[in-house]
Each structure stands twice: as structure tokens, then as C-alpha cells.
Design a protein around this ligand. Structure first.
Ligand code: NAD
Ligand code: IPM
Ligand code: MN
Length: 355
């Protein structure tokens, strides 16, 4: 029997609460299937670990993770540790060091999910964001000059390589082609006279090569407006690291909230493990109360199953989430219910059994 080795990083705040439900659901899937098993190894890395040891993960952490088939992560970052330390040294480090350059974030309104925009139906919100996940505005280079003086200056460099830009755009073009959908590029070439002019140029070049794919290009400010005014225009969307980050929180808001937003950090060549995680953070405002919505994590688990070669189970998980939303009996407070995180996880398992 095939065994998939999955590294767990529950992380901080609501991370462990939602990951527990993700594991519960994945365990149920493996048991129902009977043809494969999942072997989980948990790593207690995160802000508490940092406060104890001075590091977010051990020096050989990346090497340790490299032996797994996938990584399942809750959330990282908590008051008490500066965000740029906790995130750079753990989450962003994993994305970068494992060359997880494609961040797939579905912005899809599932059946039964609430949409705050008037007159929008389920078919109108069906986007797949492809966020560049390895460079761009997140490259992490810069300088802090004359620190603490009145002449203080900071510089934050973005890095856009042809290699890095082309490969993520190619992934998006191939996806759009296979889904028979349009591809929209998000840009800001009118103000960012190097990075986004370059981005637009490469998108134009590839548009000629993928002449069969319908393409659009919007400035990021206009795109934010249009995602709310007319979400149906967007299908597959490719965006830089920062623009993709921001627009996928907006996307979450129009597709049912942060509790329903999932993401996969893919190394498409499979040289390194890919990582699956909800889009949301550690939610310190609700952490420890057992009310976090685990459905984003369950959706990420569905992406994990797709990646491990079990797309039929990936689809069944989405179907179970939809039935739970339509049934509207077992939902957490963010979706208007009174159920606990654990009860929602139990309900997903129950619905999987009644397939
Ligand atoms: P957040 O996503 O943690 O929370 C934003 C809002 O959404 C909060 O009101 C929260 O209660 C709500 N929310 C988020 N997830 C929810 C869920 N599953 N169910 C119900 N409500 C949910 O964003 P933030 O407050 O800006 O960030 C908190 C910390 O998390 C910061 O340290 C930040 O850097 C970090 N962060 C980490 C990740 C990650 O690990 N991938 C992502 C975003 C933010
Ligand atoms: C996300 C998060 C991270 C990001 C932060 C926590 C560094 O917001 O996964 O969307 O910006 O990528
Ligand atoms: Mn984000």
C-alpha cells in the first residue's frame, strides 16, 4: 500500500485548531479509501518555539522537511514575535527554499457560501489565482540607512527575473488552456516603471505564443474594483507576489470569507515538497476559543490530495464542504453558525461517509 509522508506544521494561534480538523478529515479519507495511507510527522515550529529557542525552526529544518511528500501548515505569526521575523524565517523560507513558485488560490463561490455582493450568483465567482510565490516584491532585499536619525531612508527592492516571471506565467497559461478559460494578468505598469513594465512585456510575449488563450490585462487598482463590481470577468488570474497576496484576501471576502480561502504552494517540477495551507493567518482575535472555521484548511487538504494523486478525493472533499454549507446546520460563527471548529470537522467526516 502506498504511504504518503506528510509533514505537519500547525504553527500559531488558530493554526493548530484548524490543522487538527484537516488531519481528522485526511485520516477519514485514507480509511474510506483503503488503498493508501498517510503518515503524519508533526513539527512544533512557530512563535512559541522561537520564544523558547530563539529560532522559528532548527537550522536543519529545511533539510528535514525535504524528505516529505508534502507539507500541511496551519498559520504562522503571533503577537510577541515581530511578523517579519516569524514569517521570513519559517513560512516564506519554506516557500522560497523549496522553490514553491506557484501559489494556487481558488476564489470560487461554493454552493451555499455567502457572497456579500448583491446580485452575484455562484457561477459569477469562479477564479483561480496564480500568485508568483518566490520573488517579486517579497525578494527581501533592501537597505536601512542612517537608522534612527532624521536622515533615515529605507529601500525595499523587488526582484523580477525573466526566468521567474516566465515560469509562473507559463503555468497560468497552461492552466487557462486546459480549463478553456481566459487568463488575466494583474499589473501596475503605469507607475512601476521597471518591474511591471517588464511583467507586461513578458505577458505580451507569452500571449503570442499561447494565441488560443483569451487574455486580459488590468491595472491592480482597477482590478480590485472590477473584482467586486463584475467578478465574472475573471477566470484564471496571474499576479505578482504582493498583488496576488492582496487580491486573494479580497477574493476571500467575495467567496465566503477568510474561513473558506485555501491555497497550495507548488513546486510543479516536484523536486521539492509542496506546501498546503489556508490563506488566513493565526487570527489572534479568536485563537484558543475553538471557533475558527476549519473549512479553508479542509479545502487545502483537498488540494493536497489532488497533488498526491487522489483527485477523486480532492473533489469529494469540496463536495462535502458544499453540502455542509447548503445544509447550514453546522457552521462556525464567521458563517453565521454556532458550531465549534471540531464539530465542523466531524460534520465533514460524516458527510464524506454519506457520499
Ligand atoms: P488573519 O487572517 O489571521 O485574520 C484576519 C481576520 O479574519 C480576523 O478577524 C480573524 O479572526 C478572521 N479569520 C481568519 N481566519 C479565520 C478562520 N479560519 N475562521 C474564522 N475567522 C477567521 O490576519 P491578521 O490578523 O492580519 O494576521 C494575524 C497573524 O497571522 C499575523 O502575525 C500575520 O502576519 C499572520 N499571517 C499568517 C499567515 C500564514 O501563516 N499563512 C497568513 C496571514 C497572516
Ligand atoms: C499569506 C500571508 C503571507 C504572505 C504573510 C503572512 C507573509 O499573508 O500567505 O497570504 O504575505 O504571503
Ligand atoms: Mn496574505
Amino acid at each position: 500500500m502506498k504511504t504518503h509522508k506528510v509533514a505537519l506544521i500547525p504553527g500559531d494561534g488558530i493554526g493548530p485548531e484548524v490543522i487538527a480538523e484537516g488531519i481528522k478529515v485526511l485520516d477519514a479519507v485514507a480509511a474510506y479509501d483503503g488503498g493508501f495511507s498517510l503518515e503524519f510527522t508533526e513539527f512544533p515550529w512557530g512563535c512559541e518555539h522561537y520564544l523558547r529557542t530563539g529560532e522559528m525552526m532548527p537550522a536543519d529544518g529545511i533539510d528535514t522537511l525535504s524528505h516529505f511528500d508534502a507539507i500541511f501548515l496551519g498559520a504562522v505569526g503571533y503577537p510577541g514575535v515581530p511578523d517579519h521575523v516569524s514569517l521570513r524565517d519559517l513560512l516564506l523560507r519554506i516557500r522560497h527554499d523549496f522553490d514553491e513558485y506557484v501559489n494556487v488560490r481558488p476564489v470560487r463561490l461554493l454552493r451555499g457560501a455567502p457572497c456579500p455582493i448583491k446580485g452575484v450568483s455562484q457561477a459569477d465567482v469562479d477564479m483561480t489565482f496564480i500568485r508568483e510565490n518566490s520573488e517579486g516584491e517579497y525578494a527581501g532585499n533592501g537597505a536601512w540607512l542612517y537608522r534612527g536619525t532624521s536622515r533615515e531612508v529605507v529601500i525595499q527592492d523587488g526582484v523580477f527575473s525573466r526566468y521567474g516571471t516566465e515560469r509562473v506565467m507559463r503555468y497560468a497559461f497552461e492552466l487557462a488552456r486546459s480549463k478553456h478559460q481566459s487568463l488575466t494578468s494583474i499589473s501596475k505598469g503605469n507607475a512601476l516603471n521597471y518591474s511591471m513594465v517588464f511583467w507586461d512585456q513578458i505577458f505580451d510575449e507569452l500571449s503570442q505564443e499561447y494565441a488560443d488563450v483569451e487574455t486580459h490585462s488590468y491595472l491592480v487598482d482597477a482590478a480590485s474594483m472590477l473584482m467586486v463590481r463584475d467578478p465574472a470577468r475573471f477566470q484564471v488570474v496571474v499576479a505578482s507576489n504582493l498583488f496576488g497576496d492582496i487580491l486573494t484576501d479580497l477574493g476571500a471576502a467575495i467567496a465566503g470569507g477568510m474561513g473558506l480561502a485555501a491555497g497550495a504552494n507548488l513546486n510543479p517540477e516536484r523536486v521539492f515538497p509542496s506546501m498546503f495551507e489556508p490563506v488566513h493567518g493565526s487570527a489572534p482575535d479568536i485563537a484558543g476559543r475553538g471557533i475558527a472555521n476549519p473549512l479553508a484548511t479542509v479545502w487545502s487538504a483537498s488540494q493536497l490530495l489532488d497533488h498526491l494523486g487522489h483527485p477523486q478525493w480532492g473533489a469529494r472533499l469540496i463536495d462535502a464542504i458544499e453540502r455542509l454549507l447548503v445544509e447550514a446546520k453546522t457552521l462556525t460563527p464567521d458563517l453565521g453558525g454556532t458550531a465549534s471548529t471540531q464539530r465542523v470537522g466531524d460534520a465533514v467526516v460524516r458527510l464524506l461517509a454519506n457520499d
